[in-house]
Design a protein around this ligand. Structure first.
Ligand code: GLU
Length: 377
């Protein structure tokens, strides 16, 4: 569906969006035969060069390593064994970067390869180091080209897919706009009009129901993960666009707020960057269950979580590790635990006076301090 010229644009122009993360899916960068689609990548190079002339900073999250490796090895189907996938990624990543290098050379733009695993953005020190490096590359006028380091990523340290990776990168570098470009033309209202939904102010269960997961023979990630990515990015204050990347000339149109596809405006009450690290970059080590009073105090009043409102503890965690906070079957918050799971088990339901008696050496009695606690809705 195209936006007719006389129809109102789904979103006001996004000219304030200076820092842009561009995510390109495998099937945009690879031909059906499995070779690299240099023509399209050159067109991306041109579109990015034009955007930079108007003061935009661009970070690219590029998929395609596994798909191109498969092409080089003449594999028709995506392998299932991790070692084979890792070998494909190692082969395909160099093809990707050679082609990106050439595509940008034509415009005298230097590119940089950044390969990440979840571990690299989890530990606070490394998280900040990645952010500083990306900031510095942008300061130098370089286009960082990011992919998951598939060759060393195993299940435990995987981002999942590049849609999520691109949203985490957008959150990390405080991007104003994330454009997820793939062969999907946007979010289609399957049950209703059958057309693309141009604007999603909030990702409701009805919106989620419109997305069906998909995995093709070459790549992963469907509309479900794209919605997760949009949720993560918009909660981080970054407007998100999902649309087709077949014609890279769409880029300026995206910034005008009238590209065919789906826009997700940045949330007004975006999560602060230190808390984003807690909310999105960590793998929680356990769960703290709370009663309705505690939930209300946390969600409504911005309070810390006190052991008095805790009803149960699941998993083993140390103090300083991130945990989910759950009530009535819903994980509504996440935070850094001040007690280990073993300590907290002894403190459940007790008030500060009693806890002082059990742990005389402690000076603070919150199970999770409000400065280290973030609401997830
Ligand atoms: N990192 C994978 C690759 O380069 C792509 C994963 C994805 O597309 O989500 O092949």
């Amino acid at each position: 569906m195209d936006t007719p010229n006389n129809a109102p644009a789904p979103l006001a122009p996004l000219s304030h969006c200076r820092r842009i993360v561009l995510k390109l899916g495998t099937n945009i960068l690879r031909s059906d035969a499995g070779s690299v689609n240099a023509e399209r990548m050159n067109a991306v190079g041109k579109a990015v060069a034009d955007l930079r002339k108007t003061g935009h900073e661009i970070v690219i999250v590029s998929s395609g390593a596994i798909g191109l490796g498969m092409g080089r090895l003449n594999l028709g189907r995506r392998p299932t064994r991790l070692t084979e996938l890792q070998a494909c990624a190692a082969i395909g990543q160099t093809i990707l970067m050679q082609t990106w290098e050439k595509a940008f050379e034509a415009f005298s733009i230097t590119v940089a390869q950044v390969l990440l695993t979840r571990e690299d953005v989890r530990a606070r020190k490394r998280h900040l180091a990645v952010k500083d490096t990306l900031d510095h590359l942008l300061f130098l006028g370089v286009v960082p080209i990011i992919n998951e380091n598939d060759t060393v990523s195993t299940d435990e340290i995987k981002f999942g897919d590049n849609d999520i990776l691109s949203a985490l990168v957008a959150s990390l570098v405080k991007a104003d706009l994330l454009a997820i470009l793939s062969t999907a033309p946007g979010l289609v209202d399957r049950e209703g009009t059958g057309e693309i939904v141009p604007l999603v102010p909030e990702i409701t269960p009805e919106i989620r129901a419109m997305a069906g997961g998909s995995e093709t023979a070459t790549s992963v990630g469907g509309m479900v993960t794209k919605l997760d990515a949009a949720h993560l990015a918009t909660s981080s204050g970054c407007t998100t666009f999902i649309g087709s990347g077949k014609d890279p000339a769409i880029l300026p149109q995206i910034l005008m707020g009238k590209a065919p596809g789906t826009y997700f405006p940045a949330k007004d009450n975006a999560i602060h960057s230190k808390k984003r690290w807690i909310a999105f970059f960590q793998s929680p080590k356990g769960t703290i269950y709370v009663d309705s009073g505690a939930r209300e105090a946390i969600a409504g009043g911005g309070s810390s979580l006190l052991p008095k409102g805790v009803t149960g503890v699941e998993g083993e965690f140390e103090s300083g590790e991130v945990v989910n906070i759950k009530h009535s079957g819903e994980t509504f918050a996440r935070g850094v635990a001040s007690f280990s799971s073993a300590e907290l088990l002894r403190a459940i339901g007790r008030d500060s006076k009693e806890i002082r008696r059990i742990y005389p050496e402690r000076h603070h009695f919150e199970a999770v301090h409000r400065d280290a606690l973030v609401l997830l809705q």
